[in-house]
Design a protein. Sequence first.
Length: 202
Amino acid sequence: MPGHLLELYHQLLDKFGPQHWWPAETEFEVIVGALLTQQTRWESVEQAIENLKAQSLLTPDALADADKGTVEECIRCTGFYRQKRERLQLLSQYFSRNGVSKILERPVDELRKELLSQKGVGPETADSIILYAAHKPVFVIDAYTKRICECLGITGGYETLQRYFEDSLPGDVSLYQEFHALIVAYAKQYCTKKRCDECIIV
DNA sequence: CACCAGGTTGACC
DNA sequence: GGTCAACATGGT
């Protein structure tokens, strides 16, 4: 019985309040954060972003040309720092060559395909960039969302779950942003790998 | 000390 | 098409 997602959204909003997710001064900062946040705590990403800012490396041009050791030092705290450094600089080159807003303004389908062709950018990272930097309504499916979908009896791969959310909700950017953040807030507390308590969603 | 975190890739079936 | 180790640090 689909159609319960909007109800779930309001339940979570009542319980946790607005999350105002992905605070960032620029779109490029969102892009960098999206890459760095892979398989790490957000607090580590904030630290890394701060480090990059202190070195004035938070622009595509600066980051693309920056010294490798310097970049690795800045992002070490996010883990996988060698491959993330490589991928971050390749991504910076790409945005530097074509222009951040020029790229983000492209039609969603085209944009998604382009992002996915970049090394280190998979579906979740691409969709995070589209939703939080390009401000277009694609629903981000992360590990927490997958976990909650299991509770809801929704099975399938990334695209399947994404279609389910997008088909069940109005295509609204703010709604997608908040809902995604609320799912994470909820799952972190009540639907961890070890336990699934007080499940308000079933 | 073991396990986990806002994933992606390339190898292998 | 799906599964899986590798990638690396820091927190609980």
